[in-house]
Design a protein around this ligand. Structure first.
Ligand SMILES: *[C@@H]1O[C@H](CO)[C@@H](O)[C@H](O)[C@H]1NC(C)=O
Ligand SMILES: *[C@@H]1O[C@H](CO)[C@@H](O)[C@H](O)[C@H]1NC(C)=O
Length: 494
């Protein structure tokens, strides 16, 4: 019975191919590592060292400083002002446009159902493909079993004939017949017992798969019905809204949950998750990873607009649980350009250890500057990866892993500093997500999500450290369990 393990292997492969799509624009030719035609050696540890020849690396000599002047807020008032009823909620449909990215204005995204649909659809095709050859095998088997049955039939007849003849013959022949009878009995028994049970097993597996496909088809139909109408968020949106989470906090929105953010009275709003409890609150979540449910290997356009699930209602009537998402470079650029902004990276390994990195200045320039990022003013426990690069590397090798002053890159838009213009040298294509790659990274918060932490270059799609990595805490070959980025207007004297 080799079919069953084969079958589960098929399922696993199908699942894997549905999940890993971060460079689906790749032309399929595997990139070679450690042994390319040019003798270029890739050290799969954050950076890509220069090789002899025409390869050079020029670090940024000038990094535009992040915005540090202009005061948007005075210190926090000691007590949150009364007024506004943050708990008063009303239900309203916030999205339109079915299953792709809903209305641009709301900056959002479909509820999980729609993402589920895509995944299910992908899987369905794979399973169908896996089942087709299996069906054929079962058919063949039952055909060949029929052949064997008729063969045995013929043999039985022959035996009967022979027995008639044997009756008239002597003992020698009867001995021969005994052997033949034995053999006949053995073959018949095998066919009557072992063979049908094998077939039954196979047929059972097949019908189980058919059942699964039917279930999938049903789920897809339900999703199609659900998605025909514009998606309606089941999360009630709190009445209090504001320019950003700090503004919302000061207006009385002091619970951590999903809110609507509007940069001006006429601008369309979009949903965000506000963390109003960590370090005095007022934090606007711009990136969140926690379970690998959303793929981060996405195009420029997705990173520009944002993707993922802002928040969930876990049965309490509000959306208090953030989902995995990227708010979108456009929003982040607009928010950080309103004035001095601080950013907080929080992360956790797989044994409940937590560290953070905070930068008191954080600015993302506009799309025309490819969302260039600058940071300053580090404090924290995770290591100043963004400004100093990976401390395990030295000299130029370390400089290559600094993120401060880098432009944003995705697999379809290469703005990194690894041989610009060479399409086979793209950090984003190898390292799993969109990010402010240099040549290439010391921090990779948008990398692939690996369950359990430790992973190896053999598990990585391109042999590089493409996990959710923060090198100065856990090195290249440990992918974190959670990671988030939150921003807040910087103000003195909290
Ligand atoms: C490089 O590739 C060649 C040809 O594919 C192979 O013979 C050689 O062993 C490889 N060298 C290394 C170091 O992998
Ligand atoms: C950079 O890395 C390469 C490859 O590991 C190594 O040969 C080189 O000496 C390193 N350079 C520095 C300055 O450490």
């Amino acid at each position: 019975m080799r079919i069953l393990p084969l079958l589960s292997l098929c399922a696993v492969l199908a699942w894997a191919s549905a999940v890993s799509d971060y460079d689906d624009e790749d032309d399929g030719t595997p990139l070679s590592f450690g042994n390319s035609t040019r003798g270029f050696t890739v050290d799969a540890r954050g950076n890509r060292p220069v090789s002899r020849g025409r390869d050079t690396y020029s670090p940024n000599l000038y990094v535009p400083p992040p915005i540090s002047t202009g005061r948007r807020y005075r210190g926090r008032p000691t007590a949150a002002p009364v007024g506004g009823k943050p708990e008063a909620l009303r239900e309203r449909p916030v999205e339109a446009g079915g299953c792709t990215h809903a209305s641009d204005q709301l900056g959002v995204l479909c509820p999980t159902g729609c993402e589920l649909k895509t995944t299910i659809l992908k899987q369905e095709t794979n399973i169908k493909q896996a089942v087709a050859p299996l069906s054929r095998q079962v058919d063949e088997l039952s055909r060949s079993s029929n052949n064997i049955y008729s063969y045995v039939e013929r043999m039985s007849n022959a035996l009967r004939e022979r027995q008639k003849v044997v009756d008239g013959n002597g003992q020698v022949v009867s001995q021969y017949t005994d052997t033949l009878e034995e053999q006949h009995a053995y073959i018949k028994e095998t066919i009557d017992t072992a063979f049908p049970s094998d077939i039954r097993l196979l047929q059972g597996a097949l019908s189980k798969i058919r059942e699964k496909i039917q279930k999938l088809e049903k789920a897809i139909q339900t999703q199609q019905v659900n998605c025909r109408e514009p998606c309606v968020s089941s999360c009630p949106i709190p009445v209090v809204s504001g320019k950003e989470c700090e503004d919302i906090f000061r207006k009385g929105g002091v619970d951590s949950q999903m809110y609507l953010v509007q940069s001006g009275p006429l601008s369309p709003g979009y949903k965000v998750f506000c963390d109003q409890t960590t370090k005095d609150g007022g934090w606007l979540l711009i990136q969140n990873r926690m379970d690998g449910s959303v793929g981060f290997g996405r195009r420029w356009d997705d990173y520009r607009r944002g993707f993922g699930n802002v928040a969930f209602d876990v049965g309490k009537g509000h959306c208090q649980t953030p989902g995995e998402y990227w708010l979108g470079n456009e929003h982040v650029s607009q928010l950080t350009n309103m004035g001095p902004t601080e950013v907080l990276f929080e992360m956790e390994d797989w044994s409940q250890n937590k560290v953070h990195a905070m930068y008191s200045k954080f600015t993302i320039q506009s799309e025309s500057s490819n969302y260039l990022m600058s940071v300053d003013g580090y404090s924290g426990t995770a290591g100043n990866t963004l400004e100093q690069g990976a401390t395990e590397l030295h000299g130029e090798n370390r400089t290559m892993t600094i993120h401060n002053g880098m432009m944003f890159s995705t697999y379809d838009r290469d703005n990194d500093k690894w041989i610009p213009g060479d399409s086979s040298k793209q950090c984003s294509m190898e390292d799993g997500g969109g990010w402010w790659y240099n040549r290439c990274h010391s921090a990779n918060p948008n990398g692939r999500y690996y369950m359990g932490g430790a992973y190896t270059s053999r598990m990585a799609k391109h042999g590089t450290d493409d996990g959710m990595v923060w090198m100065n805490w856990k090195g290249s070959w440990f992918s974190l369990k959670t990671m988030s980025m939150k921003i807040r207007p910087f103000f003195q004297g909290k």
